[in-house]
Design a protein around this ligand. Structure first.
Ligand code: SF4
Length: 122
């Protein structure tokens, strides 16, 4: 199991970019309360928080602000920006992972061949 696999079960995985922005990108008291309420019923909240604490995450994660997470890690101010050990998959990549769960090796080969043909046609 990869360290970001929990995102497949994230409550927020199907939010549009606009919805995600409204919910997680601003850190006012009101938006934090809204995000806390939203994230409190997410089945992977703890894993999300652990992931957010594992690198210099920005915005709201698991209903916590950057400031709250810095308190949890004991940091007085943001670290230099370290990328996560594994890039966070995009919504499209997560959907593809979900779709590909039941694919056979042959299905994957066919899909890769098709992508190759599409790229050549560009
Ligand atoms: S805890 Fe909140 S931010 Fe984290 S995955 Fe769940 S819904 Fe998304």
């Amino acid at each position: 199991m990869g360290i970001w696999d929990w995102q497949v079960d994230a409550k927020c995985k199907d939010l549009s970019l606009d919805e995600s922005e409204r919910l997680f990108f601003t850190q006012t008291k009101l938006s934090l309360r809204r995000a806390q309420a939203y994230c409190s019923s997410c089945p992977v909240q703890e894993l999300c928080l652990n992931a957010a604490l594992s690198f210099d995450s920005i915005f709201i994660w698991a209903g916590t602000s950057e400031k709250e997470r810095r308190k949890l890690t004991g940091l007085k101010r943001p670290r230099n920006s370290y990328p996560p050990l594994v890039p966070v998959p995009t919504q499209e990549e997560l959907r593809l992972q979900e779709l590909a769960k039941n694919w056979t090796e042959r299905d994957l080969e066919d899909a890769l061949k098709l992508v190759g043909e599409l790229l050549e046609a560009l």
